[in-house]
Design a protein around this ligand. Sequence first.
Ligand code: SUG
Length: 419
Amino acid sequence: MPAIEINFDGIIGPSHNYAGLSLGNLASAGNSGSPSFPRQAALEGIAKMRANIALGLTQGIFLPHRRPDTAWLSALGTSMADAEPHIRAAAFSASAMWAANAATVSPAADTLDGKCHLTVANLVTMPHRSHEWPQTLAQLRTAFASDRFSVHDPVPAPFGDEGAANHMRLCESHDAPGVEVFVYGRSGGTFPARQHPEASKAVARKHRLDPGRTLLVQQSAEAIEAGAFHNDVVAVANERVLFAHEQAFADKSAFFAELSRLIPSIEIIEVPASQISLTDAIQSYLFNAQLVTLPDGAGMALIVPTETQATPAVWQWLETLLAGNGPIRRVMPVDVRQSMANGGGPACLRLRVVADPADIDARFLVDGPKLDRIAAIIEQHWPERITPDDLRNADLIAQVEQSWLTLVDHLQLSRELCV
Ligand code: SUG
């Protein structure tokens, strides 16, 4: 079977809460302290996966991480009972749900050794995300254990790497050689740039990419200041289509010229700031969409958060897009509001891997019936609601631990993940 694109969604974990942990992520700051609804959040994520399967797409999963992260707390010389509130919240965060930050993936068609390479993201910029990588790496090594894959350790600190959220791939078709674009930021404003250029360069080298087909592109400082803490908040690519905001990149002319030279058939759909401001783009998360190729030559679909419907300039623009004769033939809103309130839209929740599904550990692939069984566990075990005070509640912590174990056991992954 040829390599196809598989979307691996992070199942939203039972400890999902709003702790305001991400400076520069406006939704995270704005909803800090609000009650969260983990059960609803996880079911929204399952519904998104079901809708993608209904489109004929192949779907995978990553598991939530074990929370609280007692190993991390103990490395800091503390525990859930004794930790200061910001450390307690960081140890309890369900942030691994945003699988776009799990790793950077270079499909076999792009690499010199013909293997699909994955580098787990170190996420060192934000404390609550900096301890994700060991559990993510355990899952990557299990899911992609075949010799068709090469799974790499994280890039060392201090070079921040946030994975696929700052990486785009353009190609004629998923299984053909592509051009890989690494987008980095430069700090200097109020908000941190999370992707360091040295991290991007290291990943490109380790993935054995052709330097002639690898681009290192700077994110615009104004996008970071407006709240685009990752490139995937202002741009998304699929095959030969790049969909981006006018203010996404520091030097778009040079970038677009290089892309056109390397991929002559490229189609760049650029949204002018005069039609959609950066503020509206970031509030609605228009670009944090899944741009997917539909089976049977039906063109591409843009899976957008329902918040796009609530932003008139954005929705009007999407209607005009559909009325034209472009490559995007369908726009599909999905309700992932619980994740969105922490700054994670449809694209944040998934990691794209181009590979033959037969080479992947089947425990990480899902179909409708398997999702039904996972949803039943979520319905029965995930907490309904969490408020900031609950993070000190031993009963809630025990419930979160038990929920996780039940899911991991059900998927027969305890041996690999209970370390
Ligand atoms: O890293 N939010 C995540 C959102 C990640 C979105 N991912 C992509 N754009 N690919 C972050 O900022 C908030 C957690 C809190 O505040 O409780 C958080 O971590």
